[in-house]
Design a binder for this molecule. Sequence first.
Ligand SMILES: Cc1cc2nc3c(=O)[nH]c(=O)nc-3n(C[C@H](O)[C@H](O)[C@H](O)COP(=O)(O)OP(=O)(O)OC[C@H]3O[C@@H](n4cnc5c(N)ncnc54)[C@H](O)[C@@H]3O)c2cc1C
Length: 385
Amino acid sequence: MIKTETHQDLRRGVREVCANFPGEYWRELDAKREYPEEFVRAMTKAGYLSALIPEEYGGMGLDLSAACAILEEVNKSGANANPAHAQMYTMGTVLRHGSKAQKEEYLPQIASGELRLQAFGVTEPEAGTDTTRLKTSAVRSGDRYVVNGRKIYISRVQHSDLMVLLARTTPLEEVRRRSHGLSAFLIDLREAVGNGLTVEQRRVMMNNETNELLFEDLEIPASSLIGEEGEGFRYILDGMNAERILIAAECVGDGRFFIERATSRAKEREVFGRPIGQNQGVQFPIARACVNVEAADLMVKRASALFDAGEPCGAEANMAKLLAADASWEAGNVAVQTLGGYGFDAEYDVERKLRETRLYQVAPISTNLILSYVGEHVLGLPRSF
Ligand SMILES: Cc1cc2nc3c(=O)[nH]c(=O)nc-3n(C[C@H](O)[C@H](O)[C@H](O)COP(=O)(O)OP(=O)(O)OC[C@H]3O[C@@H](n4cnc5c(N)ncnc54)[C@H](O)[C@@H]3O)c2cc1C
């Protein structure tokens, strides 16, 4: 293999944790649609999910490039970082924009794993990708806000103590720009669920606990507000580059997993008296998928290096996400083809990973929206919406 590996010690440690959670573990949970509690606990105990929390709050204090190496390694092992990844980055909104009191109260407990902040409530049934049209409202009433509305596909709520919520605090008709008047809140789910917040699980394509949330006069303390009222959209956008780069790294991990599985099978499996990988019709698609995963990895590395240097990286983060999601999907498809009928068989893990990696063409941002970002912000083409 070509040598692109960075953070070797860190990767070795992550591999050691993941080795305790082989394909069988994930397959069983996938069949039962259960949350990988033991895996998330092990990753927390080893400290990896606190990678981005500064040392002064008890975290590992690593940069985004290191965090990318962790998540890539998880997915490369055949595991799925999705149930755990949000614990790594959702706290970024609190870290960057929270008050001193919020940071001191929550970050050390998130770093130790005592508290989980891995729910992030943005998407709504009616607003969809057009976030600024979201309708969930938070109305100030004395020392509280009263929240009403509906969210959809909000992941990991049952495995979170806290959730970052984006809600409208000034009606759309009263703001100068659509992106104004939205606010971010840190909601304590332990108090909210059953007291104005109802959580209903949605069954989706892969084992991902994602939910519909109904807010009916949920009262939250005014101190739940993160930063300034009305600035929430900007705060959420700030965290999106990190999220896109980290998820792109997971896709690179998925791509490498698929290529490894396809390559081993192509070497071992003999049909017509020779290994199937001796046929260039089998070899070339795997080789092409490998080229594309390696190219995507370079863009992930470039985006994370810019992020770590504090440079603007919106274009690179979006490009990395698109390239890596496409490359992992292509590699998954090639792996299925190489394994033939076995590619569809749960015991070989490829079909499960293919379903898992498919998500990243749609969430947290869809491919079309990335292309539209590049069209408008990189190429200067006219705004389409
Ligand atoms: C398993 C899962 C977990 C998720 N977890 C979370 C979570 O934890 N928190 C959260 O807030 N959200 C979550 N989401 C939601 C996810 O971020 C959204 O589904 C995604 O952003 C797309 O929004 P939508 O589903 O409303 O699609 P829509 O906005 O309805 O878009 C549908 C399609 O139309 C395309 N489209 C829309 N407008 C345009 C345009 N102008 N030009 C070209 N194409 C366009 C989109 O690209 C997309 O392909 C999750 C989703 C899933 C499936």
